[in-house]
Design a protein around this ligand. Structure first.
Ligand code: HEM
Length: 490
């Protein structure tokens, strides 16, 4: 008699606790969904049915008129999803930046020594120091000095491509790894052409190409990185696998102490950097440098394949600029003139942002204005609260971009993206420092691939793009299969 009574009481207490917790925001007077035990509002993400960006897009879309939504991340963690452009600006570039400057990215500093030097992962003063080391490497002058590396990789790319079908992400990763190994270390990664049959396959390709691709562990790793350090410990998650950590340290130790490369510039400007710090920064430059750009290149090729009219415009620009430069599109000034090509890259990044959301943590309590215009009552944001800035949802908002799913480079042609409507590279003090290099290498590759070729879908099955629900960086679920044909006229 006593046992059933105790069990019933326990059940009631548990239900009351869950309801209490799931109504956290409602108790504070906010509108938003009820938070379910364990999964919060992210059941579809937990079941690998939707990517985290798609879940946030759904919350953004179903709460029009709110400046921010009180919702629940995995493990029923109360969080705020920011919808309002003024508030986004305030958080990313304005008065509240210092209150939530840290990214949400759980990495164990002892297990992941090299990754913990990555400014994206570091917080507080460590972020400030690591970022300050990297920013001077990406001034316009420095990026111009990287052009010879990009040029050599493009020439290899040109020799490698032939008419026929190819998987765009795989080819793009070969290319960006070739560029980045050369830009960072001055090394030839042997990812493109020139490889003898007898040679070992490139270690760069073998070890780095699969790193951010969906696999059986990806969902757990994404959850560990974005939601749960405890899960990270349980599965022994490492952002940079141990074998890679050893290899990067070896590469840094064996590096040449001269040459035109990022590591050399870094070592010259910061003579006091310890070997581990140098290896940490090299790891950042490598990992941040190839995957996002490869993804952007692959998605741009895909969008051009399904939008032949846009590709026609792009060919006109390549031909026109080529005429003024003896058909050499890889020089500094020719690349600078490829403005429609650059607009196509930005537009592809709008549709397929590498990071589907930016997630910041409140490090100093601050207040937000009322949730709706015309209402009263501010919200005090507590220390530790996660603020989600839903990049994908913002990029697909019809009020910010009419017909948002259409691929229209004109949106960015001769006009740089402004404000927080475009967050493909983030914004403000934490904005991507490698943006110029990312755009340079992808633009040069597009020009190289499309100057004499046009790109089509490999077959009609490829028309529907499915994004993997598993990964932290956006990835296609089934690969991006395209076909190159020689252009009929030039
Ligand atoms: C098209 C290519 C690229 C895209 C789409 C991209 C996108 C991004 C985004 C969205 C962020 C987060 C910004 C934030 O937290 O607010 C970021 C951060 C960062 N990116 Fe990039 N990136 C690209 C290329 C590169 C390259 C080539 C490098 C360097 C080689 C680089 C280095 C970094 C670093 C170090 C951070 C962390 C900055 C910080 O937290 O202070 N990125 N990137």
């Amino acid at each position: 008699m006593l046992l059933p009574l105790c069990l019933s009481l326990l059940l009631v207490a548990t239900v009351v606790r869950f309801v209490w917790h799931g109504r956290h925001w409602r108790r504070l007077g906010l509108e938003g969904p009820f938070g379910w035990p364990l999964v919060g509002n992210m059941l579809n993400f937990a079941l690998a049915r939707q990517s985290y960006g798609e879940v946030y897009e759904w919350i953004y879309r179903t709460n029009p008129g709110l400046k921010y939504v009180g919702f629940y991340r995995l493990f029923n963690e109360p969080a705020l999803l920011v919808r309002d452009q003024d508030l986004l600006r305030q958080i990313l570039v304005g008065t509240n930046f210092a209150d939530c400057a840290d990214n949400v990215a759980y990495v164990d500093h002892r297990r992941d020594v090299l990754a913990s030097h990555n400014p994206f992962i570091a917080s507080g003063d460590r972020w400030r120091i690591f970022r300050a080391d990297l920013v001077p490497l990406f001034t316009p002058l420095r990026v111009r000095q990287m052009l010879p590396h990009v040029d050599s990789a493009c020439r290899l790319l040109r020799d490698q491509v032939s008419v026929g079908c190819f998987e765009a992400k795989e080819l793009s990763t070969r290319y960006t790894l070739q560029v980045i190994a050369s830009v960072v270390f001055g090394l030839d990664a042997h990812c493109l052409g020139g490889q003898q049959k007898s040679e070992q396959p490139s270690r760069w390709l073998e070890w780095l190409a699969p790193l951010f691709q969906p696999n059986g562990w990806s969902l757990l790793e994404t959850i560990a990185l974005l939601h749960s350090p405890r899960l990270g410990r349980l599965i022994g998650h490492r952002y940079v696998p141990l074998s890679l950590q050893h290899w990067f340290r070896e590469l840094v130790a064996a590096r040449s102490t001269s040459g035109n490369n990022l590591l050399q510039w870094l070592a010259e400007s910061k003579r006091s950097l310890a070997q581990d710090e140098l290896a940490g920064q090299a790891t950042t430059l490598l990992l941040e440098g190839y995957e996002t750009s490869a993804m952007l290149l692959a998605f741009t090729l895909y969008e051009l394949a399904i939008n032949q009219d846009v590709q026609g415009h792009l060919h006109l620009e390549l031909d026109g600029v080529g005429q003024g430069h003896d058909r050499d599109l890889l020089g500094q000034s020719a690349l600078g003139e490829l403005r429609y090509t650059e607009a196509a890259l930005l537009e592809a990044l709008r549709l397929h942002p590498a990071m589907q959301a930016l997630q910041k943590r409140c490090t100093k309590s601050f207040t937000l204005p009322p949730q709706k215009s015309g209402c009263s009552g501010q919200l005090k944001v507590d220390l530790g609260t996660v603020l989600v800035l839903p990049v994908q949802a913002i990029h697909l908002d019809p009020e910010l971009y009419p017909e948002p799913r259409q691929f229209r480079p004109e949106r960015f042609f001769n006009q740089a993206p402004t404000g927080c409507r475009f967050l493909g590279f983030g914004a403000g003090a934490r904005m991507c420092p490698g943006m110029r290099l990312g755009l340079l290498q992808t633009k040069a590759a597009l020009a190289t691939l499309l100057q004499d070729h046009c790109v089509h879908l490999a077959d009609q099955d490829q028309a529907r793009m499915e994004v993997s629900p598993l990964t932290f960086l956006t990835a296609s679920k089934r690969g991006i299969w395209l076909r190159l044909e020689r252009r009929a006229h030039q």
